[in-house]
Ligand binder design. Sequence first.
Ligand code: FMN
Length: 343
Amino acid sequence: MSRSKRKLEHIRHALSREDLGINSFDEMEIIHQSLTDIHWDDISLQTQLGELTLSSPLFVNAMTGGGGEKTEAINRDLAIAAKETGIALAVGSQMSALKDEREMKSYQVVRQENPEGIVFANVGSEATLDQAKRAIDMLEANALQIHLNVLQELIMPEGDRDFTTRLEQIEEIVKSVEVPVILKEVGFGISQETTRQLKEIGVSYIDVGGKGGTNFSNVENKRRRQPLESYNGWGIPTVTSIKEVKSVFPECNVIASGGMRNGLDGAKSFVLGANAFGMAGQLLRTLMKDDLETLIKKIDHVHEEFKIAMMLLGAKETYQLDGKPHIYTGSTKSWLEQRITTL
Ligand code: FMN
């Protein structure tokens, strides 16, 4: 199957996916506080993600491009929504445009629509240094995402099977490019062990891409004749993954993603120490099932939800949410007790 046809199939299956039914943010509660001493108008949604100053904690995470005019139209709308609401935007994997120049415009539309916006480029971990640089240049990107998706590749019938040189290639990119490099998962989460390996090669930005939302086992299984269904529940949930990363690399710039449903989930991720949060599948569903206007309203709504949490917790700045009193329940509590010694 061609790469561009695969991109369109991913969108179709991601839109039709059944809900996983479990979300780790339901097993974390922020403790309500009855007194606040701040004014709504003094609250700033700005956040510092390492070198990047973002005017919102929310961004549109990597999804598409490389599927011809259809993905160009989706990226155009996502870029307009990002510009209207002042949020950053990541494009989907640019590997297809690196191999076939005709696909470039389905990504470049993002920069055309939003010349001043924060845009993240995206490549797979198989990318060479030259490909990474070309992906950044293609968009004049402010940062580069490299996605780690071993399980997705294994379930994909035509997926990669050779991962022998990935860590060295990532290290070369991290040490050579001039923009921040974000290592991200695609819905299976990042563990303590992976964090240590990434830290050792100089990575300081991690998007946990945890379990709880879009499920690429499910998506790829829908494309298989004989599905590998036993892997549909595989992965580290987003809340636990943030804790896994922070427990061994406290100063890491952490992005929460994977099943982020609303601004309250976003605020909870900041309580855990995240510096930004990404939403992918849900924003795409809003755009495709409704329209651009509804998407813009949804993003505004997420901002309002996030701001309410800041107000309740007396935080004028987003970083002040970090460490606010909270508890864990259920399987999240059990996981953290077994894995994290610095609770
Ligand atoms: N992540 C990537 O890093 N590169 C991709 O090309 C990419 N393509 C995606 C395509 C679709 C249709 C969707 C829904 C997600 C894709 N992702 C990709 C993963 C998302 O960036 C994100 O990590 C994942 O969907 C979990 O977030 P969510 O639960 O908010 O959807």
